[in-house]
Design a protein around this ligand. Structure first.
Ligand SMILES: Nc1ncnc2c1ncn2[C@@H]1O[C@H](COP(=O)(O)OP(=O)(O)OP(=O)(O)O)[C@@H](O)[C@H]1O
Length: 248
């Protein structure tokens, strides 16, 4: 169980995230939705201690999460990654094993098998010698998904993994999410727009600085909640995309 209690962030005195609290049990894929600047990235970073919090705590299995970060895989927004860095697909994914191997030791058979399997799962093994800068946006996202898989984490945080990806990549990402859910993992995934992919989520957190709604996508995506988050309701394209009859 992951427990976030009153987590809040200020940037130079200005609120980036007002106190939010929620719990996530194992085997759940939880989406975060909210407008630009809602605090989706800030919340993930604060959970990992990457930005200082003004209040709150994050516990996993009753211990502070920051003391067990080896159990967490985090894939930041693509804008935060240096795609010109001269590193191959294989080495990006192998970085996930560095903690176990150590920086100056050659990866053994077990590490190579884990990396191979992760790359196979996202259909990127054939491109393992390519530099990451030579890939499409979808392929790049799949490489970072493979790195998260190779880390064999218990909690996985993905910040806007669907930005700039093709349909094939989107399908692969959701297949991997389903598999991770069946393995008992906790997944927290942000997106400013989910469209019909909302059906693939177990739960949705609607954020706009504070937590506006928390529940099944059907419970959260109501005109009232969207009005509170976005300032508009039925005119909101998010609502028009949403076909609640798919849940009946
Ligand atoms: N490093 C920073 N310094 C100052 N303010 C920041 C910083 N990072 C984020 N903010 C502010 O904190 C608020 C939340 O930003 P955040 O990036 O977490 O939102 P978001 O929901 O992830 O947005 P987006 O969908 O555009 O990525 C915004 O008002 C943003 O301007």
């Amino acid at each position: 169980m992951l427990e976030v209690q009153c987590l809040a962030v200020n940037y130079r005195g200005v609120s980036g995230l007002e106190p939010v609290s929620f719990q996530i049990a194992n085997s759940q894929v939880v989406g975060i939705i909210g407008p630009n600047g809602a605090g989706k990235s800030t919340m993930m970073k604060a959970m990992l201690g990457l930005v200082p919090k003004v209040s709150g705590s994050v516990q996993y299995c009753l211990s502070p999460l920051h003391q067990q970060l080896q159990k967490v895989a985090y894939v930041p927004q693509r804008s935060q990654i240096d795609w010109d860095y001269p590193i191959t697909v294989w080495n990006v994914v192998m970085m996930a094993r560095t903690r176990q191997i150590g920086w100056f030791r050659t990866p053994g058979k077990a590490a190579r098998e884990i990396v191979t399997s992760a790359l196979e799962q996202v259909e990127m093994l054939a491109l393992k010698h390519r530099r990451i800068g030579e890939l499409s946006g979808g392929q790049q996202q799949r490489v970072f998904l493979a790195r998260a898989l190779a880390q064999q984490a218990e909690i996985l945080l993905f910040d806007e993994p669907f930005t700039g990806v093709d349909k094939k990549t989107e399908a692969i990402i959701f297949d991997v999410f389903s598999e991770l859910r069946s393995l008992g993992k906790i997944l927290l995934v942000s997106s400013h727009e989910w469209g019909q992919a909302l059906h693939r989520l177990d739960r949705l957190l609607l954020l706009n600085k504070c937590l506006i709604a928390d529940g099944s996508p059907q419970q959260v995506m109501t005109p009232e909640n969207l009005h509170r988050a976005y300032g508009t309701s039925l005119q909101n394209p998010l609502y028009q995309d949403w076909d609640s009859s798919l849940f009946c």
